[in-house]
Design a protein around this ligand. Structure first.
Ligand SMILES: Nc1ncnc2c1ncn2[C@@H]1O[C@H](COP(=O)(O)OP(=O)(O)OP(=O)(O)O)[C@@H](O)[C@H]1O
Ligand SMILES: [Mg+2]
Length: 500
C-alpha cells in the first residue's frame, strides 16, 4: 500500500482441493515492526505464511519485497531473501545435536572444507545464553523437552541474521519467563530494523509486544491497524465474531470423597516428595516453568515412567502404576500435551482420530459405530467450532489448532474418574478455549476429579479450585484458585520464594 512497505503480499488467493482458504488477502509489513497476524483456528494464518516462506504457491497474487516482485519458489528462495521461519509444527531433527540443528544446511567450514565444530558450538552457546536456555550445544535433541525444541527453532532463526522473521506460535511450549526473554530479544531485533510477523493465540502477548495487527477471518482480512492498549475485546470480536467472557468459570462448592491421593512421590532426578489430593468434583492445577517436573510427575502417575517411590491411593486403595493400562484400569485418563508425538495418528481421518481411544465407549452404547461416531463428531465440531471441510480426510490436512481440538474432543469423551489434562489449550483460539474450560468445569460438576497442567497461570486461575506451583521438581506453593495472583505464582515458579 504505502511506498515504504518492506513487504506487501497483494491479492493472494489460495485453495486446497477447490476449497478456498485465502481470499484476496492483502497484507503489509513495515521495516522494524512487530506485526501480529491473528485469527481463529483455520482462518488461514499458517497458509499465508507458508506462501511467504515458499512452502506453498499462491493460486494468484503477488509478493513484493523492498519494491521488487519476488517469486518464492521454495523455502530456500525465501531464506535467500532474508526470511526466517519458525514453524508452528516444530521442525527440529531429533537425531542431530543442538548445534547441528542450528547450523543445518549452513555449516561453518574452514578453507579445507572441514566443519568448524567448536566455533559452531560457541555461537550456539552464545545465542542460547541470550535466550536464557541452559543446554549444552552437543546434546542430542531427542533428549530434550518440547519447550527446548521450541527454543532451538527460535535460536536458529536468530542465528541467520534475517530481515524478516516469521514466528508461527513460537511460545506454545514456553513458560512465561521464557516468553519474556523472547520478547526482549524481539524488541532488540526490532531496533536493528528487523521485521517480525507474530502469530499467537495468547492475546495478552500480542498486546504486550506487537505494534500492528491484522485479523483474518475465514480466509479474508477483516481488520488491520496499529495496536493500542485496551483493544483486545475488539480484536477478539473481529476474530470470533462475538465477545468472549473473561470471568472466572469455577465456583467453590463442596467436593466429594478423595479420588486421588499422592504421598511422598519421588523419582530421583525429576521430582521429589510430592504430596497432594484431588477430590471428586475438584479441579486442581499444576503450573511452573519448563523443567519444573510437572510433566514427568504426571507421566509417572499415568505409568509412562516407572521407578518412582512413594504412595498412590485411588479411592483410598493403594495402587502401583507401571503401565498406562494399569492407570486406565485404575480410572486415570491423561490427555497428552504433544499432539504430534502422542495424540494423533496421521494416516487416520478426522472422525477416526476423534473416536480412537473412546472406542469402547461407542461400542458399549450399542449404537452402530459409524453413526455414533459421526454424531459425536458433529456435536464437538459445533461446540468447539472445528474447521474441517472434509471429516474423511486425513487429520494432517487440518490447521494446527483444529487438530488439537479433535484431540481434546476425543478425551472429553473418555470415561475416567480422574482426568489429567496436559496443556489442553495449547494453540487453541480464544473462543474455543473458553468452551473447553467450560466443558472441563462441567466434568468436575459431574463428579470427576480433574487435574490441569499448564504453563499459563492466568488462564488456569479461572478454572482451578486449587493451584500447586512447582519449581525444579518440588511443589513450592499451594493456593486457592481465587487467592493466587499471577505475580505471586511467578515468584514461586522461579524459585525466588518458597513455602509448603
Ligand atoms: N495441505 C492442506 N491441504 C488441505 N487443506 C489444508 C492444508 N493446509 C491447510 N488447509 C486448510 O486451510 C485452512 C487454513 O489453515 P491454516 O493452517 O492456514 O489455519 P491457521 O489460521 O494457521 O489455524 P491455527 O490457528 O489452527 O494454526 C484450514 O481449514 C485447513 O484445513
Ligand atoms: Mg496455524
Amino acid at each position: 500500500m504505502t511506498m515504504s512497505s518492506f513487504l506487501s503480499m497483494e491479492h493472494i488467493n489460495k485453495s486446497f482441493n477447490h476449497v478456498p482458504v485465502l481470499k484476496n488477502v492483502t497484507f503489509n509489513v513495515e521495516n522494524g515492526e512487530i506485526h501480529a497476524l491473528l485469527g481463529e483456528n483455520g482462518a488461514g494464518k499458517s497458509t499465508l505464511m507458508n506462501i511467504l516462506g515458499g512452502v506453498h504457491q499462491p493460486d494468484d497474487g503477488a509478493i513484493i519485497l523492498n519494491g521488487q516482485t519476488v517469486e518464492m519458489a521454495n523455502p530456500r528462495t525465501s531464506q535467500s531473501y532474508g526470511i526466517s521461519f519458525i514453524h508452528q509444527e516444530l521442525n527440529v531433527i531429533s537425531d542431530l545435536r543442538v548445534y547441528e540443528n542450528l547450523f543445518l544446511g549452513a555449516e561453518l567450514k574452514n578453507r579445507f572444507g572441514f566443519v568448524k565444530v567448536e566455533e559452531m558450538c560457541d555461537k550456539t552457546s552464545d545465542i542460547l545464553a541470550e535466550l536464557g536456555v541452559d543446554i549444552h550445544p552437543k546434546t542430542y535433541v531427542r533428549h530434550l523437552d518440547t519447550s527446548y525444541k521450541q527454543m532451538i527453532e527460535i535460536a536458529r532463526a536468530l542465528l541467520h541474521k534475517s530481515r524478516l522473521i516469521i514466528m508461527d506460535e513460537p511460545t506454545t511450549a514456553l513458560a512465561e519467563h521464557e516468553v519474556d526473554r523472547l520478547f526482549t530479544l524481539m524488541q532488540n531485533l526490532k531496533q536493528t530494523g528487523v521485521s517480525i510477523i507474530y502469530i499467537s493465540h495468547k492475546l495478552r502477548e500480542i498486546e504486550q509486544v506487537c505494534d500492528t495487527y491484522t485479523v483474518l477471518r475465514d480466509g479474508k482480512v477483516v481488520g488491520s491497524s496499529p495496536m493500542k492498549d485496551g483493544q483486545l475485546d475488539e480484536i477478539t470480536k473481529l476474530m470470533v465474531g462475538r465477545s468472549v467472557s473473561e470471568e472466572r468459570l469455577t465456583e467453590p462448592y463442596p467436593f466429594g470423597q478423595v479420588a486421588l491421593e499422592v504421598k511422598n512421590l519421588t523419582r530421583e532426578g525429576f521430582f521429589w516428595d510430592i504430596n497432594f489430593t484431588v477430590r471428586k468434583g475438584q479441579i486442581v492445577g499444576f503450573t511452573g516453568l519448563a523443567g519444573d517436573g510437572r510433566t514427568e510427575l504426571f507421566e509417572s502417575l499415568f505409568g509412562y515412567r516407572k521407578k518412582y517411590s512413594g504412595q498412590i491411593k485411588i479411592f483410598d486403595r493403594g495402587v502401583t502404576i507401571n503401565h498406562p493400562k494399569q492407570a486406565l484400569k485404575a480410572g486415570i485418563g491423561l490427555v497428552p500435551k504433544d499432539r504430534k508425538e502422542n495424540a494423533i495418528i496421521k494416516d487416520l481421518n478426522v472422525i477416526q482420530n476423534m473416536s480412537l481411544s473412546s472406542m469402547a465407549h461407542f461400542e458399549k452404547a450399542g449404537f452402530i459405530k459409524g453413526r455414533a461416531e459421526r454424531e459425536r463428531f458433529n456435536f464437538y465440531q459445533q461446540k468447539l467450532n472445528i474447521k474441517v471441510s472434509n471429516p474423511k480426510a486425513t487429520i494432517d490436512k487440518l490447521s494446527g489448532g483444529n487438530q488439537q481440538k479433535v484431540v481434546i474432543a476425543k478425551w472429553l469423551e473418555v470415561n475416567a474418574d480422574i482426568i489429567i489434562f496436559n496443556n489442553p489449550t495449547q494453540g487453541i483460539d480464544v473462543g474455543a478455549r473458553r468452551e473447553i474450560y467450560q466443558h472441563i468445569v462441567s466434568l468436575a460438576a459431574q463428579g470427576k476429579a480433574v487435574i490441569i497442567l499448564s504453563s499459563e497461570a492466568p488462564e488456569i486461575r479461572k478454572v482451578c479450585h486449587t493451584i500447586h506451583v512447582m519449581y525444579q521438581g518440588e511443589v513450592t506453593a499451594q493456593f486457592d484458585g481465587e487467592e493466587a495472583t499471577d505475580d505471586e505464582i511467578m515468584s514461586y515458579a522461579t524459585g525466588s520464594k518458597r513455602r509448603r
